[in-house]
Design a protein around this ligand. Structure first.
Ligand SMILES: NC(=O)C1=CN([C@@H]2O[C@H](COP(=O)(O)OP(=O)(O)OC[C@H]3O[C@@H](n4cnc5c(N)ncnc54)[C@H](OP(=O)(O)O)[C@@H]3O)[C@@H](O)[C@H]2O)C=CC1
Ligand SMILES: O=C1O[C@H](COP(=O)(O)O)[C@@H](O)[C@H](O)[C@H]1O
Length: 598
């Protein structure tokens, strides 16, 4: 395996000519830096700013693509490891070369084989193949790559391609050659039918992979898109019979990673019989969402936010997830997990950790994950009195009858599994002491969105208090990071209504992504798949993070189940149980997503 540690990443400092119109020919060799796309080794034009912090290879490319063209950065004739000075930094020379399919020191080319285990399933069709195509379409994949679907279902390559082709879409902003690109991508997709616990079947896969790898250095990525009860079988067989002999082997593991501390620890232990921790990429797709990725940028690269980011100025933080559909089709899985395990213990808690962590030493994966673990371990385990659970019931509206959760045939009629939960969490450290972090997650609610709301304290001795009437809370600033849909960051401020009188109003300083950027926002799975190919672990969950996350939720989950707590029933399509409001009110909080103005 060629995974590299942070110590191996190189920092490059340089004094580029200040002229923003320099061309490659005017740069010295040290300034000519290979930052080509992993896929194409393209020489990307870039406007490059001076900086000294490590930026991953791909982020550099992204940076370049996002800004005006002013400097052409070239030079894959310059080995990464020879660069000591410059303007850019890369995660690691070896990883970049591998990812790019660049010749290694012996002149061998490398290839990446991506095996989607469970290729016939919902997630593979809905997310994984489309994400791989999008990466290919945007030239992010290495020059030599092959995609293999693996599952028990019998399918030919042509049938897999036909299945996959139905879910591929082209970027709205880049439709040219789309059909052609789809055909080229599909030609690189193959299928192998096999059992998940058969070493022989994985050996057969290995033979096929080798044919495609054609003697190149082989890097292999397995995506476990299968139910969790077969994770271990698949990992055992893949690692024993289909690991790479001369490159890296990585495994993306889908959630759920267990259902409590014990089962999660057992899963980790079993995985580690066959894999090293750095080969395991535990995916939480919320970490791949654009606005979640932007959270740290917002916080750590804007002077105006970081000083306010504490109990001194923040009254409460809200993490809200809402879906306007039920468990349609996934009731069998869901009933064993419930909304707390499905959304809160992973997606919302991960966002919370990123939101609340201390400044990491660097952007290196381990530095970030160290800070996340610290914050998770500073949290108080959840208590029953700080939680409200709900379950949706049938509701008829406009002549349409929407089902109850228990109408799902795969769900027992007497199921108490929560489809909604609200919780108040606390971080017992100096920064966040006493600040309620409120989480709310639900299915079959009135709307679909995910957002982070930061409600600030009142202005002490506010000169304009009397202009606000009695509702001072309404007058406090609120920062909203809307993760989806209509990605946006907006800040609610108070301003004067124009005119001769003195009337105050609330307005939004609004960064609406669709208005600001014409580029379509990539799907989370695109970012995460590319990260896994590049060996970037920042957005994947480390085992100690997982332990800390389960430690917070396990006692509560056990209590809910042992005491058979009856959920509060709410109508399909409603705003959820009223209990969520009482819970918030106990901490003097009003949910920010409820009310006239959003
Ligand atoms: N679907 C989604 O939106 C999300 C899914 N996930 C996670 O991703 C993983 C895959 O999800 P999803 O695609 O929905 O899962 P599926 O239930 O669709 O299963 C994927 C494939 O696994 C095989 N399979 C299913 N059940 C069994 C079984 N009992 N024994 C052996 N093989 C089985 C089937 O393939 P075959 O019969 O051909 O072998 C199936 O096509 C799961 O871990 C899930 O929790 C995470 C987030 C969202
Ligand atoms: O992990 C999961 O996420 C989806 C919601 O993902 P999104 O990206 O569409 O917001 C959720 O529906 C599912 O229950 C859960 O397992």
């Amino acid at each position: 395996m060629a995974a590299l540690s942070s110590a191996q990443s190189c920092r490059i400092y340089s004094s580029l000519p200040s002229s923003s119109s320099s061309s490659s020919s005017s740069l010295t060799s040290l300034q000519r830096i290979a930052v080509s796309s992993p896929a194409t080794k393209r020489f990307l034009p870039a406007k490059v700013s001076l900086q000294s912090q490590p930026v991953s290879h791909r982020n550099v490319v992204r940076m370049q693509q996002d800004v005006a063209t002013t400097v052409t950065v070239v030079g894959n004739d310059t080995p990464f490891n020879k660069l000591k000075e410059g303007i850019l930094s890369v995660t690691s020379s070896e990883e970049s070369k591998e990812a790019a399919g660049i010749d290694d020191d012996n002149g061998n080319e490398s290839t990446v084989s991506i095996t989607v285990v469970g290729a016939s399933g919902d997630l593979a069709k809905k997310k994984i193949f489309p994400a791989l195509f999008a990466l290919y379409y945007e030239d992010w994949l290495p020059k030599h790559f092959t995609v293999y679907g693996y599952a028990r279902s019998k399918m030919t390559d042509a049938e897999l391609r036909n299945m996959v082709s139905k879910t591929l879409t082209c970027r709205i902003d880049k439709r040219e050659n789309c059909g052609e690109k789809m055909d080229q991508f599909l030609k690189r997709c193959f299928y192998h039918s096999g059992q998940y616990d058969s070493q022989q079947n994985f050996e057969d896969l290995d033979k096929k992979l080798k044919e495609h790898e054609a003697g190149r250095v082989s890097n292999r990525l397995f995506y476990l898109s299968i139910p969790p009860n077969i994770f271990i079988d698949a990992v055992r067989c893949a690692s024993m019979s289909a690991s790479s002999g001369n490159g890296w082997t990585r495994v993306i593991v889908e959630k759920p990673f267990g259902r409590d501390s014990e089962s999660s620890a057992a899963l980790t232990k079993a995985l580690k019989q066959y894999l090293e921790e750095e080969q395991i990429f535990r995916i939480d797709h919320y970490l791949g969402k654009e606005l979640v990725e932007n959270l740290s940028v917002l916080r750590f690269s804007n002077l105006i936010f970081e000083p306010l980011w504490s109990r001194q100025y923040i009254r409460n933080v809200q993490l809200i997830f809402s879906e306007d559909f039920g468990t349609e089709g996934r009731g069998g899985y869901f009933n064993n997990y419930g909304i707390i395990r499905d959304i809160m213990q992973n997606h919302l808690l991960q966002i919370l950790a990123l939101f609340a962590m201390e400044t990491p030493v660097s952007l290196d994966a381990e530095d970030i994950r160290n800070e996340k673990v610290k914050v998770l371990r500073s949290m108080r385990p959840l208590q029953l009195e700080n939680v409200v659970v709900g379950q949706y019931k049938s509701h008829t509206k406009g002549g349409v009858t929407y089902p109850a959760y228990t109408d799902d045939k795969t769900v027992p009629k007497d199921s108490l599994t929560p489809t909604f939960a609200a919780a108040a969490l606390f971080i017992d450290n100096a920064r966040w002491d006493g600040v309620p972090f409120l989480m709310k997650a639900g299915k079959a609610l009135h709307n679909k969105w995910a957002e982070i709301r930061v409600q600030f304290r009142r202005v002490p001795g506010n000169l304009y208090n009397r202009n606000f009437g009695t509702d001072f809370d309404r007058a406090t600033n609120e920062l909203v990071i809307r993760v989806q849909p209509d990605e946006a960051i907006y800040l609610k401020i108070n301003n004067k209504v124009p005119g001769l009188g003195m009337r105050l109003d609330r307005s939004n300083l609004n960064l609406l992504y669709a208005a600001r950027y014409s580029k379509e926002i990539p799907d989370a799975y695109e970012r995460l798949l590319l990260d896994a190919i590049e060996g970037e672990r920042r957005l994947f969950i480390r085992s100690d993070e997982l332990d800390a996350a389960w430690a917070l939720f396990t006692p509560l989950l056990k209590e809910l189940e042992e005491k058979k707590i009856i959920p509060e029933y709410y109508p399909y399509g409603s705003r959820g149980p009223v209990g969520a409001h009482y819970l918030a009110a106990r901490y003097n909080v009003r949910w920010g997503d409820v009310g006239v103005e959003q």
